[in-house]
Design a binder for this molecule. Structure first.
Ligand SMILES: [Zn+2]
Length: 97
């Protein structure tokens, strides 16, 4: 088990190409749902409050993800590598034919 020091938060190394609202993640306590990925893992950034916060729920990530439904809805799971800025396309393991 990893123990974090007080006030030390794990930094995000990647984020999805689309905004948290696309994945139906919980809004900020102020009601703003137009949030961004925080630089800290498991956190989102609220522009209005200028805070990093942990969303109350993680939207579609909380349940089984229906990949084909998401594809139809235009939801992408491609990631941006924050160190390099490169987009890493999402692929389903074993789906290569
Ligand atoms: Zn807010």
């Amino acid at each position: 088990m990893k123990v974090e020091a007080d006030g030390e938060r794990e930094r995000r190394t990647w984020c999805y190409v689309q905004r948290p609202a696309v994945y139906e993640m919980a809004p900020c306590a102020c009601g703003n749902s137009d949030t961004q990925w925080s630089e800290f893992a498991k956190h989102l950034w609220c522009d209005k409050c200028q805070i990093d916060f942990v969303p109350e729920h993680n939207g579609i990530f909380d349940g089984p993800i229906l990949l084909y439904t998401c594809a139809l809805m235009g939801i992408s799971f491609d990631r941006i590598n924050l160190a390099t800025g490169a987009v890493e396309p999402f692929s389903v393991d074993g789906d290569e034919r």
